[in-house]
Design a protein around this ligand. Structure first.
Ligand code: SF4
Length: 454
């Protein structure tokens, strides 16, 4: 497995091998799917759209609807204006969404299509809406596209009417529907009135009813997105992913914002709960305290199996950082942290984390790939890997247990329904991590060392 990956590391400036990111439109499509009755639309040639739908469907094991402007060579040279106008008409006629959320591909970005003019000139039926976000694939990653689509929705729709609605605007970050459900559960328990954007719960984890529904029950409603402008405060979870939409809501509608890391593990969930407490002024109910106490109990019971175990974590920046903090809370050493998403913040935040927990010999790298992580592991291995499916080849090649967490996970089921966030999510994560480490101990120990009770 991966036999040609050499141990010797050479400086690479142009060659990318086994990337840890995908392109912007995937994220934009996912964000648009978190809007109720919304058809995501890919303005470019249709190969991108098919690929992005497939990418999401393979992770969520649910349909990911989207339409395409289906560029031909002519449109690629002379512009895709008529393609978009025809598409808008056909989509409203055939699929009857309330809103179309258009994103771009590298093709339409490279030729410089002017989406604002195209949308202004398009015939949009009464009461229907078309919004857009520019998502050039050669900038950033799917995380950037996710962020840009939320910003686009705010830009087109949110209004400050001057009458506050008493709500918290929550930007959940690039997480699964299971995480969004957990974030909402905690807000409800804390008595917080909220609007979450996007909200893919009830869309990308919709139930089997025997009848296909193009627009499932979930998703943030258009009215709620408009009303975001009247929120008291916005809370951006996952600073790298969610700060841009929170900033745009502040600029457009003067809604102040606070940022927090993704609430994974004890301290980061504490921060989330305390932010909700400050917002609602409500006491933390016992049920949340109980969950926290159970988590602490689990970590105390099991720490001898996790203490000082080294781990490599890869994936999306906010997810990797929050997972790293949780592994540190478990007494582990996050020796390698890598993300494919470019940007300096990731490395700076990772280094702050290493310093805070006083761990040495750990490395973090943004804009990196799995090939490089594999080389680091070849030179100095780890006890565990945590990340998406693409890492399973490295895990197999180096015989390292792998805990699947993050995006994309295309070779397992159920994961997107259950949370990683909140105390409950951390319990689940702790179980997965401990099971992987303890299964390895059982497999590797001498017969006479096999423990019945662990
Ligand atoms: S990188 Fe560009 S061409 Fe490739 S799938 Fe993404 S948008 Fe399409």
């Amino acid at each position: 497995m991966l036999d040609v990956t050499p141990k010797e590391i050479s400086e690479r400036s142009a060659l990318r091998i086994n990337p840890l990111k995908t392109c912007q439109p995937v994220g934009a499509m996912y964000a648009a799917l978190g809007v109720h009755n919304c058809m995501p639309h890919s303005h470019g040639s249709q190969g991108c759209c098919s690929y992005h739908r497939m990418f999401l469907t393979r992770h969520f094991k649910d349909p990911a609807i989207a339409a395409s402007s289906s560029f031909t060579e002519g449109a690629s040279v002379f512009g895709g204006g008529s393609n978009l106008k025809t598409a808008i008409k056909n989509i409203f006629d055939l699929y009857e969404p309330d809103i179309i959320a258009v994103h771009t591909t590298c093709l339409s970005e490279t030729i410089g299509d002017d989406l604002v003019t195209y949308i202004t000139d398009a015939k949009i039926p009464e009461g229907k809406i078309v919004v857009h976000a520019n998502t050039p694939s050669y900038v950033g990653s799917h995380i950037t596209g996710f962020s840009s689509m939320i910003t686009g929705l705010i830009h087109y729709l949110s209004v400050n009417t001057g009458e506050k609605n008493g709500k918290l605007a929550l930007f959940p970050g690039f997480v699964n529907p299971g995480d969004m459900r957990e974030m909402k559960k905690l807000m409800t328990l804390m008595g917080v009135k909220y609007t979450m954007l996007p909200d893919t719960s009830g869309v990308m984890d919709s139930p089997m009813t025997g009848e296909y529904t193009m627009y499932p029950k979930g998703g943030t409603t258009i009215d709620d997105i408009k009303d975001l402008g009247n929120c008291e405060l916005s809370l951006a979870l996952g600073e790298i992913t969610s700060t841009p939409p929170a900033e745009s809501l502040k600029t457009k509608c003067k809604v102040p914002f606070a940022t927090l890391p993704l609430p994974i593990g004890i301290e980061l969930t504490d921060q989330y709960i305390m932010a909700l407490n400050r917002f609602s002024k409500n006491e933390v109910p016992y049920i949340i305290e109980e969950e926290r106490g159970q988590l602490v109990d689990i970590l105390l019971d099991s720490h001898k199996y996790s203490q000082n175990k080294t781990v490599a974590i890869y994936g999306d920046p906010d997810t990797v950082l929050a997972l790293a903090q949780f592994t540190l809370e478990m007494g582990m050493i996050p020796k390698y942290l890598v993300t494919g998403t470019p940007g300096k913040t990731f490395e700076a935040k990772a280094n702050e984390l290493f310093e805070k927990f006083g761990v040495e010999g750990c490395t973090a790298k943004g804009n990196a790939d799995l090939f490089e992580l594999h080389q680091w592991i070849k030179n100095d291995s780890v006890d565990l890997m945590i990340g998406g499916t693409h890492g399973k080849y490295v895990a197999k090649a180096e015989d390292i247990p792998l805990v699947r967490a993050g995006f994309p996970i295309v070779d397992r089921y159920v994961h997107s329904y259950l949370p990683l966030v909140g105390y409950k999510g951390a319990m689940r994560l702790a179980e997965m991590i401990l099971n992987a480490l303890m299964d390895r101990q059982d497999r590797d120990c001498a017969d006479e060392d096999m423990e019945m009770i662990m």
